[in-house]
Design a protein around this ligand. Sequence first.
Ligand code: GDP
Length: 360
Amino acid sequence: MSKVALITSIAGQDGSYLAELLLKKGYTVHGINRHIPVVAGEQNEFPAEGLMLQSPDFHLHDENFSDDASLNDLLATLRPDEIYNLGSLRQTTAECLRACYPPMRANISALRMLEGIRSQGLANKTRYYHASPSELCGLVNAMTINEMVTSGLCAPQTIALISDFWTVVNYRETFGMYACNGILFNHESPRRSEHFVTRKISIGLANITQGLEQCLYLGNLNALRDWGHARDYVKMQWSMLQQDSPEDFVIATGVQYTVRQFVTFAALELGIKLRFVGKGTEEKGVIAAIISPIAAALKVGDVVVAVDPRYIRPAEKCKASANPVKARHKLGWGPETSLQDLVIEMVQADLASAKAVARL
Ligand code: GDP
């Protein structure tokens, strides 16, 4: 009998990669998705890839699970071996702070899911994975964090995230359930929403080479992030549920790059050598050399990157650097995709789309 998995936020980047991974492993996969749009402009309905939709082992449940009865009915019917609750709200933009209430309601909290598992008599059967975003780690005073997280004053959705984190720990300790938090640092891919800076960069620069845009406007170019590939990270989500006993894990590469470095790598992949001039909001990315025919329509001296103060977050905290050493030792974790390879994959995918649009 194949294992049965239930994945929330199935239409997102992680949901689609995880579904593909589990289908390849022979699971029957059930997916649910939230119904309330999170923020205007956010890509909330990822067009699922081929394997997911074509597989007879994939089932999409398109109902609304905002009440406990419908969720519990689903759990009783599916009796899943594994649940991956990927629906945490993690955006930190001002729009999201203003609009936090509907999406908070749309997420299925750890409490609802774990209580659902328990009430349906599945506590000894169903293993539970909770996606706890790395924003939680920004609340720790220490610059390097591991799985120990402490709380601080924060926005409503962050309070919900902290509540989810500790609920998972509580159900594990109180009821002996197999429940764990995965704290995954930024993980990107060609399926990443354009709302995030990496995808904004790969789309923007690809469009510029094809004459679809003139300049990419960004916020804080000095911001540091630890970026990995989502396809690598979902393997760790699965791995966390295959251990002898449940534990929380931080997944990250352990290496941070600036937004400026990401832009530089992406531009190089498109045949553009950039030179940054100026400081602060006056900083510009200027073409220093054209090194491939992809960028043949551009010329040396063109300004293709600039800072727009609207994209600078007023209260941005320095993101803590991650310490994934526990995952390395216990899960054998190590990122398979380098940042350079991630950039290449994202840029090439967006270049193909830009070329298709330019041909129209
Ligand atoms: P997150 O903040 O870790 O959820 O991921 P993002 O991709 O949204 O942002 C990563 C970093 O890039 C943050 O420090 C942002 O301030 C910085 N950044 C600079 N320019 C931009 C931009 O135009 N859009 C976004 N989303 N982030 C930007």
